[in-house]
Write a protein that binds this ligand. Structure first.
Ligand code: NAP
Length: 336
């Protein structure tokens, strides 16, 4: 009998991540729900009727690099193999006038959505590679607002994503710096920038490690899941109008359940076993929509920027020094 597969999902205590956990548990996976509030995660798992024994809870605060390292150690202590990692967690603070900073002193949306996941993904590559399973995947959630080539990404409010020449990262990314391009703080743009980093990271993982390890790296836009708690820091009126607008005007609205099933497809569907792809189901939803490889923005396609982002991110999370757990030999030999 084939061994049960294990997937780690970050931010599985609500929304897309929680629904992906349920979809994968239904397919027989064991789900490691990596969350910052384990009480909330347990209540959410029970509320969505995760089958008993189908999941484990793992403490993880992506806004703390020490917590990310501890989570990797705690995962290894579970004694499970790892067949998939889903980098799903995110924060969105569109109304903050002043930047919020993580434990390590980095702007909170870039710290949580990009840097924490960057470190986690790097530290778990050896675990993915160690599993004897043939099909192993690392999936990073993208979003439409970070992709001006998609309909939903064309609204330049407050500004389109733009990492510039990563001057803010180059200068150490500590206060008063809050933007990757080193320019003026724009909270909504900080989120878009972080999601652009997610796609650039996926592509750079693919370039570095796909051929040597066989791991499949992909990203996806699951659709506009306009009623998740992601929008909890937005105006109350926005939280009512936005889902209504997406349901009734744009037709872009996707239920949390369907979004979770799309993430599960990126993890487990043989039809999506292709590396280096950004999957989408389109901006306007119709029943039975099929996934396709979505064209990404010019900036997300910029290989030189992906390499520079990798190098500077490695420095910011402390991976330019010998990491506590070495990268796989085959992968390490590909390092630039
Ligand atoms: P959500 O319901 O707010 O879920 C976000 C998850 O991230 C929560 O479990 C949250 O934990 C967790 N999280 C936040 N900060 C964390 C930290 N420091 N450490 C660990 N976990 C942390 O939002 P969602 O809409 O499902 O978003 C999930 C993903 O889908 C994100 O990557 C988002 O960019 C992407 N996405 C969403 C949409 C959409 O329309 N909603 C569209 C496209 C893409 P708590 O429960 O403790 O807050």
């Amino acid at each position: 009998m084939e061994q049960q597969k294990t997937v780690m999902i970050t931010g599985a205590s609500s929304g897309v991540g929680l629904n992906a956990a349920r979809a994968l548990a239904d397919q027989g996976w064991h789900v490691v729900m990596a969350c910052r509030d384990l009480g909330k995660a347990e209540r959410a798992a029970q509320a969505i009727a995760m089958p008993a024994g189908s999941y484990s809870l793992l403490p993880l605060d992506l806004a703390s690099l020490a917590s990310v390292r501890q989570a990797v150690a705690d995962f290894r202590a579970l004694g499970r193999s790892l067949e998939a990692l889903v980098c799903n967690a995110a924060v969105y603070y569109p109304l903050e006038k002043q930047p919020l900073y993580s434990t390590d002193g980095y702007e909170i949306s870039v710290a949580t959505n990009h840097l924490g996941h960057f470190l986690l993904a790097n530290l778990l590559l050896p675990d993915l590679q160690a599993s004897p399973a043939a099909d192993k995947r690392l999936v990073i959630l993208g979003t439409v607002t970070a992709n001006p080539k998609e309909l939903g990404g064309k609204i330049p409010i407050p500004a389109p994503p733009d990492l510039g020449n990563l001057q803010g990262f180059e200068a150490g990314f500590k206060a008063p710096i809050a933007m990757i391009n080193g320019k003026q703080f724009k909270p909504g743009k900080a989120y878009k920038d972080s999601k652009l980093c997610n796609v650039l990271t996926m592509r750079e993982l693919h370039r570095r490690y796909h051929q040597s390890t066989g791991l499949i790296f992909s990203s996806l836009y699951p659709g506009c899941v306009a009623d998740t708690p992601l929008f909890r820091h937005h105006f109350k009126a926005f939280q009512t109008i936005f889902p209504w607008f997406q349901k009734n005007i744009t037709g872009g609205y996707v239920t949390q359940k369907l979004a979770g099933e799309r993430v599960a497809a990126a993890v487990a569907d043989p039809a999506l076993a292709e590396s280096g792809i950004y999957w989408s189901w389109g901006n306007r939803q119709q029943p039975g929509r099929r996934s396709f490889a979505q064209e990404i923005s010019n900036e997300a396609q910029d290989d030189a920027k992906a390499r520079k982002l990798w190098d500077l991110s490695a420095k910011l999370v402390g991976l330019d020094h010998p990491p506590s757990q070495p990268l796989p030999a085959t992968a390490a030999s590909l390092e630039d």
